[in-house]
Each structure stands twice: as structure tokens, then as C-alpha cells.
Design a protein around this ligand. Structure first.
Ligand code: 5RP
Length: 262
């Protein structure tokens, strides 16, 4: 692969490359979903190949499982491990408390189960994902297909009593059909513009019949690794307060990858 990467891909790659330094031999590891997580899986596969790391991994989606196994990473069902040492995943937005919006790739349910069942969660993201307040990215909510329009109406009604700026709810489509998640559910995207109280919204949404899970990850993420197009990476640990700046040699290292597709 010699084609020049876009600055966004370089940023994603840089964050992903730094994140796999946290992986240790023998770990049980959760593998996230999305384009940034796909870079992480490639970087991880490289370490597995060159260092002979023995890992037991759980994927958060079918496409991540396929990518990882294709690259020689051992992937097992979640029920084989039950608890993980570390999960590394992308995000659609993160705020100063490392609360997240996830689910842009429709994998939020498995992502939340896996991240919650991990000692630590590391989020990898390009710098554009950092926000002062969550909500510019539409919040994905996974719902069961039965009665989804009723569930949508109940969500819309509930939003009136909550601190949000906008209340548009739309069914996510895959071409002209409702998009189906790996679990066979639908996704409703809540275009809220600003979420005043993410913790309250997350709790209230999950009490509505038909809602399976929402894409707000509250107090789940421990560390964020933020990549920039020039290879600069910032690591922030919410628990210790540690902040580290490093530089990744993007130009040299990306040439080890042959396949860029997510
Ligand atoms: C998938 C997710 C992804 O982590 C999120 O959408 C970020 O994706 P990308 O790294 O492609 O920007 O939550 O459900």
C-alpha cells in the first residue's frame, strides 16, 4: 500500500497505533468496531505476528470478527471469557469527562456489553471527535423491530421533559430498508444537537419499552487516545489525570498495511 492517506486516516492510524502499546501478552481483549478500530485491529495483528503475542479477543461486531480472524488474531465468543482486561474502540464523540456517543457503526449494543465487562476501556479517535458537550452527533438508540414506531413515539414524548436542544428522531436506513444490527434490531438516530444531562438521558431511554440500549457510554471509558493528521497523539487518562503527547511516524509505518478497507 503506497497511496497517500488522508489527514483523517493518518489521525485514526496514529491513535490506533499508540493504543496497541497498552496490549500485553496473555490479555483478554475487546476489539471495537468502525474505521478507527479497524486500524487498531491491523496494528494489533502486526504485533501478534512480529512478537508472537498470545491474545484472546472478543469482537464487537461480525465485521470486526472477520477482519481480526482474517489477520490471524484469535477471536472467541464473549461467553467463553465473560470478563476482559481491556477494550479498545472508537467513538463518535467524547466529552471532557470521557463520556461518549457511540453507535455510528450500528454496533453499540455489543460494544457496550464488551466495554462494560472490561477492566479498562480505551477510546481511539481523531481530534474532531472531541466536544465540550455531547449531542452534535445524532445519538443512536437500538430498538426491537416489533412496534418500533410506538417506541419512537414514546422516545419523542420522553424527550420533551429532558434537557436537549432538538428532538428529531429518525429510523436508520440501509438503502431503502431499515438497517438491521448484528442482533437483528433497528437503530433510531436522535438528532438532539445538545445533550444537557447525558447520564439522565441514558437512564431514561433505557426505561422505554422496545429500547434495547442507547449509545451513551457514561463512566465506561478510562483513557482516550487522540490522533492528529500529522501523527501527533495525545493520551489522556481520566483516572490518574495523566496526559502524554507523543509523535507517531505515520508516513513510514502505514506502508506495512496492504488493505485499507473497513
Ligand atoms: C460503531 C462505533 C464506532 O466506534 C464509531 O462510529 C466511530 O467510528 P469511526 O472510527 O469509523 O469514526 O461506535 O458502532
Amino acid at each position: 500500500m503506497t497511496a497517500e492517506l488522508s489527514p483523517m486516516d493518518k489521525a485514526k492510524y496514529a491513535a490506533a497505533r499508540r493504543s496497541v502499546d497498552f496490549v500485553e501478552d496473555g490479555m483478554k481483549l475487546g476489539l471495537g468496531t468502525g474505521s478507527t478500530a479497524a486500524w487498531m485491529v491491523r496494528c494489533l495483528a502486526e504485533r501478534v505476528k512480529t512478537e508472537g503475542l498470545k491474545l484472546t479477543c472478543v469482537a464487537t461486531s461480525r465485521r470486526t470478527a472477520e477482519l481480526a480472524t482474517g489477520l490471524g488474531i484469535r477471536v472467541v465468543p464473549m461467553d467463553d471469557v465473560k470478563w476482559l482486561d481491556l477494550t479498545i474502540d472508537g467513538a463518535d464523540e467524547f466529552d471532557p469527562h470521557l463520556n461518549l456517543i457511540k453507535g455510528g457503526g450500528a454496533a453499540l449494543l455489543q460494544e457496550k456489553i464488551v466495554a462494560t465487562a472490561s477492566d479498562r476501556m480505551i477510546v481511539i479517535a481523531d481530534a474532531a471527535k472531541e466536544v465540550a458537550q455531547l449531542g452534535a452527533f445524532p445519538l443512536p438508540v437500538e430498538v426491537i423491530p416489533f412496534g418500533w414506531q410506538t417506541t419512537k413515539a414514546l422516545i419523542e414524548e420522553t424527550l420533551y421533559s429532558l434537557d436537549v436542544l432538538n428532538r428529531e428522531v429518525s429510523l436508520r436506513l440501509d438503502r431503502d430498508k431499515p438497517l438491521k444490527t448484528d442482533e437483528g434490531h433497528y437503530i433510531l438516530d436522535l438528532n438532539l444537537k445538545r445533550i444537557g444531562n447525558p447520564r439522565q438521558l441514558a437512564l431514561v431511554l433505557n426505561q422505554i419499552p422496545g429500547v434495547v440500549e442507547n449509545g451513551l457510554f457514561i463512566d465506561i471509558c478510562d483513557i482516550v487516545v487522540i490522533g492528529n493528521g500529522d501523527g501527533r497523539v495525545t493520551v489522556r487518562d481520566i483516572n490518574s489525570g495523566m496526559v502524554e503527547d507523543v509523535a507517531i511516524d505515520v508516513a513510514q509505518t502505514v506502508n506495512i498495511f496492504a488493505d485499507l478497507g473497513d
